[in-house]
Design a protein around this ligand. Structure first.
Ligand code: ADP
Length: 279
């Protein structure tokens, strides 16, 4: 398709986005606007039906908004250039079993590279590098049946990383995993954030994950009702509840302490830090 230049460092800019699945039906997205800078990790939260998947479908160009615009690195997405704009994005889906296409880890990572017509002589290096970044370098010859859910998702991430997209959307990528798998994937997401090159959008039900993000985008009934740092979003706990969301573990502890007249110094996030910072 050819590729697009990056015109600025705003990875995603959404303006006045509205969408309805039926002409006369309810607005599933209602005038949503936000900007995400390169290198940010944005957690997108909201109760079921609040419009998160619809938003991600618009971002990957599967559906077209009724109103409003999407820009990636300054490039306006249009029906004509959607394939080009989409090259900025990689996506990791919910179900690890639906994502494995190759018969081995190596073949799976190679699949996307073949589609992208990468020179076959460059492939082994790219594959090894991508697998190493998710700790799967010793599994290249293994079959999917041999892997845990978390390992399969790591391979899905490696397949995405091999294509070197600037933006990675994690669409509830941890929700079908056991606690160990969830931890593995969340650690990789934090590593990616710390490397600083990729922009991460993570649609998630895991409220503890929001503490890893640089920003949290809260959806409720098609509207974006908050877009701020985790601290800003956590400040008003009743607000989160009224949007049908649970509190992160940290928030529950903080709230329980407040009832006892105790507070936590801000910045404490892990259980150890919490315990050390109760005043
Ligand atoms: P979330 O991802 O936050 O659970 P969705 O974007 O899936 O929310 O759904 C938002 C609303 O759009 C819901 O009311 C849902 O029923 C409706 N919806 C989702 N997909 C379709 C579709 N293909 N056709 C009609 N309505 C849909």
């Amino acid at each position: 398709y050819g590729s697009l230049e990056k015109l600025n460092d705003i990875a995603v800019e959404v303006k006045n986005l509205s969408f309805s699945y039926d002409e006369n039906g309810p607005l599933v997205l209602d005038d949503v606007s936000f900007k995400i800078n390169k290198g940010e990790y944005v957690a997108i939260v909201g109760h079921n039906g609040s419009g998160k998947s619809t938003l991600s479908k618009i971002l990957i160009g599967v559906i077209t908004p009724n109103h409003g615009t999407v820009k990636m690195f300054g490039n306006l997405m249009t029906p004509q250039n959607v394939e080009k704009v989409r090259q900025f994005i990689g996506i990791v889906f919910q179900n690890p079993d639906n994502q494995f296409i190759g018969s081995t880890v190596q073949d799976d990572i190679a699949f996307g590279l073949e589609n992208k017509r990468v020179d076959p002589k460059d492939m082994p290096g790219i594959i090894l590098d991508a697998a190493t970044r998710v700790g799967m370098q010793n599994y290249l010859d293994k079959e999917p049946l041999m892997l845990s859910g978390g390992q399969k998702q790591r391979v899905a991430i490696a397949s995405t990383l091999a294509l070197n997209p600037d933006i990675i959307i994690f669409d509830e990528a941890t929700s079908m995993l056991d606690p160990k798998g969830k931890r593995e994937i969340k650690e990789i997401m934090v590593d990616l954030k710390n490397e600083g090159h990729k922009t991460i959008l993570s649609i998630t039900h895991d409220m503890d994950e929001i503490l890893n993000a640089t920003k949290v985008l809260v959806m409720n009934q098609g509207k974006m009702i908050k877009f701020g740092t985790p601290d800003e979003v956590m400040k008003d706990k009743n607000f989160l509840r009224s949007a049908g969301l649970e509190l992160p573990f940290y928030g529950m502890v903080e709230e329980a302490l407040e009832k006892q007249g105790l507070t936590i110094k801000s910045g404490a996030k892990t259980l150890d830090e919490l315990v050390d910072n109760i005043c």
